[in-house]
Design a binder for this molecule. Structure first.
Ligand SMILES: CC(C)(COP(=O)(O)OP(=O)(O)OC[C@H]1O[C@@H](n2cnc3c(N)ncnc32)[C@H](O)[C@@H]1OP(=O)(O)O)[C@@H](O)C(=O)NCCC(=O)NCCS
Length: 157
């Protein structure tokens, strides 16, 4: 099925909420209120991935100046291992680079082995641990990646 990416639209909200609930256990999954708050932050950007007509996943990130934070990336279970997560991250990192971002940061649970493998494949590295970071008291890795900003690059002479 064809994969397309587009910016979040308000009508997507319930689908995103359902995917997030299915992706994370209680204590890590967002309430409707938290998800809405993240989507409505002034610096927030959300990209949605569609497989055919169906929403297969999404990513939410915020950035300001040279620094970006990935709030969440969620791919529905049936759509996993088909490059959806990689496509979402590639597209949002491109937007970040165009905005001048040079450092991307995120947190992921120490026991979330698929996610850790995913982030490592994309070039992120764990630099520290936040003890009891999540509501359910699970620890999190802080993971970072440097990206090449394209905003201030001088044209070649
Ligand atoms: C993590 C997640 C976003 C990955 O999305 P995805 O669309 O399946 O990822 P991709 O298909 O682009 O995978 C890219 C690479 O990441 C690695 N990877 C992804 N899932 C993996 C898994 N379950 N086990 C091992 N490696 C994995 C692989 O190297 C994979 O490449 P390959 O399939 O060619 O071997 C998805 O599993 C997910 O939504 N999980 C639940 C929510 C979550 O944990 N989000 C991250 C929280 S920080």
């Amino acid at each position: 099925m064809k994969l397309t990416l587009r910016p979040y639209e308000p009508g997507d909200f319930e689908a995103l909420y359902r995917i997030d609930r299915a992706c994370y256990e209680p204590g890590i999954a967002y309430s409707r209120r938290m998800l809405r708050e993240y989507l409505e932050l002034p610096e927030s950007r959300c990209l949605v991935a569609l497989l055919g007509q169906e929403i297969a996943g999404f990513v939410i990130a915020v950035w300001q100046d040279w620094y970006a934070h990935v709030i969440t990336i969620d791919v529905g279970e049936q759509a996993r291992r088909h490059g959806v997560g990689s496509a979402l991250m590639s597209a949002i990192e491109k937007q970040m680079a165009q905005a001048g971002v040079r450092m991307v940061e995120l947190e992921t649970a120490l026991n979330n082995h698929p996610a850790i493998a995913f982030w490592q494949k994309l070039g992120y590295r764990a630099v520290s641990v936040y003890p009891r970071y999540y509501q359910n008291r699970t620890d999190a890795y802080r993971m970072v990646k440097e990206i090449a900003s394209v905003r201030f690059r001088r044209p070649r002479m």
